[in-house]
Structures are given as C-alpha cells and as structure tokens.
Ligand binder design. Structure first.
Ligand SMILES: [Fe+2]
Length: 458
C-alpha cells in the first residue's frame, strides 16, 4: 500500500516535470519572429525550429518502442528531426538543417503538441520504472537542447534577440590567487541510482541519501558512472574563472601572435580561422568590445567577468602563457565537491540544490556571465568561486569512459568517447535541475560557440 502511494506520487512528479520542461523550451523561443526559426547561421548550430521538433522526436521514439499500437506521426518528420542516431534510421545531414523550409514552424508546433498529448496519456497508464527512467532521460535531453538553443539563438541573433534579461549582480569583493588542495585518494563520478529509485521520486532533493562514498543524485548520465576511486597529487587551482581582463592581457602581450604558447593544432586553427580574440569579441575604433544579448560593450567595462567563448586551444595557450595549466577533471571535481574535512558533497556549497544566490544558471535570467565574486553563497571551503554556473570550464581530460562504464542508452554518450575534452560546471544557460558537480560535458578542442571558459591549475 505504502509503495503504491509512493509510486503514484513519483509518477505525478514526473508528469509535472515533463510539463514544466516542455513549457520552458517554448518560453525560450517565444521572443523569436517566425523567420528566425528556420535559419542556420553555421554548420555547428541548428535552427530553433529543429530543436523544438527534435526534442519531440526523442519522445516519439519512446512511444514507438513502448506504446502498443502507436502510429508514427510522419516519416518525413522522423527523417528531419533525427539528430545523429544510426539506430533510428536515415536523417538529414546536420549542416543541411537550415536548407529546408518544411516542416513549417506551424507544423512543427502541431507535432510537438501531438507528442505531448500522446506522452501525457501514456504516462498516466504506464507503471514501468524503465520507461519512467527513459522519460527522465528525455527531459534531461530536452534541458541540454534548451542550453543549445541559447547558444544557437546567440549565434543567430545575438543582441537582436528581444529577451528580457535580469540585472547583473555586483561582486562582493576582489577574488584572485589560487587555492592549495591536498591530493590523495578521492571518489570520482556519480553514484548509480536504480530505475526504481527514479520512479519513486524523480524530484528527490540532492544529497538526501548520503552514504560513506558520496552524495546520491536523483539523475546522472551513464558517462558520470560508476563512481570510482582514483589517486591525485596535491595541486593548486584558481579561486576564480579566468576573466576578460586577464585574457585581454594575454592578447595585449601578443598571445595570438606567438606560436610558443600554442599546441601545434591550435596554432594551425587560429591561423586558418584568423582568430585574434574569443568569439563575439569585436575590434572597433582601436578597442576590443564584447557583443552579447545585451549589446556591445568595451572589454574594459567587463574585465571582471569570466572570459567566455574560448576554445580548448585558447584556454591551453593562456594557461601556458600564465605559467600554469588546465586542471584535470578529477582535480576540478575534488575542488568542487570536497569540503576541507575530506567529505564529498553534491555542490561546492554543500548538498542543497542550486539556488539563485549560489550560482549563475539559466533561472537567474541574466543570459550572460556575472562578475567574479558575485555569488559568495556558492563558494567552497577552499575559497573557489563560481565553479557551478557562468561558464563551462575546460579541463585537460580526454572524454573517455570511466572504468566499469555501462552504456544505458545506445548512441547517447558512448559513441562520443573519442577526440573530445571534458568541460565541467555548467553555464548561465544551464537549467538548475540539470547541473551536477559530476556532470561531464564534452566538446572538440576547436569549438567555442558554447559558453566555454576556464580556470587554471598548477
Ligand atoms: Fe539531441
């Protein structure tokens, strides 16, 4: 009886989560004009219309596999909205997503509404914990695409996008220097949670069931698991992300003109692409300016904010110039999760779920980075600021499976375990519910249209 009540409460929470996540996607695109939805401004971005259809396509694959008698909405939609899944059939090539005006935005929204209707009906009757886990994965997938929508809308429109942004908080003080952190054995990664646990309470508060190893999470991707022990050396890590002001000194010192600081591939990249600064930096009348959703501002007015839109190559070159290096993902996680007594926690500030005062995440509504030192409530025991939120931080670690990795969903994470680097911590575009300290984001070394920054280690 008790377990039946728990299951029905868990299902209700999952349904509510489904509705709120699906609503948020449409809220993000709401300020767009109809013409904006179908344009692709670069091969690496996708038109907004594609994102709202693709996230629905993901749920249609759940319906196809698990709802008896489900009729496919449209074979054309399956072709256009599949991203990269070989297992789900033929698909349009990514660079061509913006070459088609059909399906129209109206037809895509109708598809989305149809899938929602079907999914909500399906969720009312299904009790299978495996399906509930799959739906939760679909919602995490949708939150990833919400963040991608922010990157892509920025590339598409930048300050022409008519979004309401909240005022930036001020810094509570100047933050510089590095924290010394003791090495030794540490637990890396997230603890596995069983499908049954997800079913009972998908909104379970982080850290509610701690044990000797570390905090439990309500959800973690397969690539964060299993948690395992590793040994790390003593190290030092920057108390704050590298700022625009710091990075400007590197540019002023001829950083982009001196091969000495660059990996061979990085040197080739910056010369081929003619990069002289991060993406969205523009040189006007002898001055470097940064353009974002709020317009164009001189770097000098944003010097205390984390540098954003740098590639792994640029982050690594800066670190070498500064006499430092990038941290490994284990060092980053040690700094982000461990308290001074050596206990592992969910977040730098402890086990509470992220709040507006802890970190600059999507819910803060800034649509940009906040000055270093603006979130004193989010500081860890070592005095490190803004490890969560603002910018995803490049690490020097290759994106490879953890020892004992088991794929939980074919082609989701497992086929990307080659030639990419891990980034940690989330950004101003990451939803609060979506971020974890164990989260492993990954991008190629040359990519920089996402909100990527870094801090250095030694
Ligand atoms: Fe996707």
């Amino acid at each position: 009886m008790v377990s039946a009540i728990k299951e029905s409460a868990g299902k209700k929470a999952l349904i509510e989560l489904y509705q709120s996540v699906r609503r948020r996607t449409m809220e993000i695109v709401a300020p767009l004009e109809i013409e904006d939805y179908v344009i692709q401004t670069a091969e690496f971005m996708s038109p907004p219309r594609w994102h709202i259809g693709h996230t629905s396509w993901f749920f249609e694959t759940v319906l196809q596999a698990h709802q008896p008698g489900y009729q496919v909405y449209s074979d054309d939609f399956l072709f256009y909205f599949n991203s990269y899944y070989e297992g789900f059939g033929a698909r349009i090539e990514r660079p061509k997503r913006g070459t088609k005006s059909r399906p129209t935005v109206k037809a895509t929204v109708a598809y989305r509404n149809h899938i929602d209707e079907q999914m909500l009906r399906f969720l009312e009757v299904t009790e299978d914990p495996k399906i509930h886990s799959l739906v939760r994965l679909g919602l995490e997938h949708e939150m990833q695409h919400q963040e991608l929508l922010v990157y892509d809308i920025k590339h598409l429109l930048c300050d022409q996008f008519d979004v309401v942004t909240k005022a930036k908080p001020s810094a509570f003080g100047r933050i510089d220097g590095m924290s010394q952190i003791e090495g030794g054995l540490m637990v890396l990664g997230a603890q596995a949670s069983s499908p049954a646990r997800v079913q009972q309470n998908p909104m379970l508060v982080k850290g509610a069931g701690e044990d000797a190893c570390g905090p439990r999470t309500e959800f973690a991707f397969d690539n964060e698991k299993p948690e395992h022990e590793i040994f790390i050396q003593d190290f030092a890590i920057d108390k704050a992300p590298v700022t625009n002001g710091d990075y400007f000194e590197f540019i002023r010192d001829g950083g982009y003109k001196n091969f000495h600081w660059w990996f061979s591939e990085g040197w080739e990249s910056i010369n081929r692409e003619h990069w002289q600064a991060p993406l969205y930096w523009e040189f006007h009348d002898g001055e470097w300016m940064i353009r974002d959703f709020s317009g164009l501002q001189p770097v000098s007015e944003r010097k205390d904010e984390p540098v954003c839109h740098v590639s792994f190559f640029e982050a690594s070159a800066f670190a070498k110039w500064a006499g430092k290096r990038l941290p490994t993902e284990a060092e980053w996680e040690k700094a982000a999760c461990y308290d001074a007594r050596g206990s592992k926690r969910s977040f730098p500030w402890g086990d509470d779920a992220p709040k507006l005062t802890h970190a600059n995440l999507f819910e803060n509504g800034l649509w940009t980075v906040a000055p270093v030192g603006a979130y004193p409530d989010g500081v860890n025991d070592y005095g490190c600021h803004q490890m969560i939120g603002d910018v995803w931080e490049w690490t020097t670690s290759d994106y490879v499976p953890y020892p004992g990795f088991k794929s939980e969903f074919d082609e989701y994470n497992d086929k990307w375990f080659v030639n990419q680097k891990v980034l940690r911590g989330g950004s101003f575009a990451t939803p609060q519910l979506h971020i974890r300290s164990t989260y492993r984001n990954f991008f190629h070394t040359h990519e920089r249209w996402m909100t990527s920054g870094f801090r250095c280690a030694k």
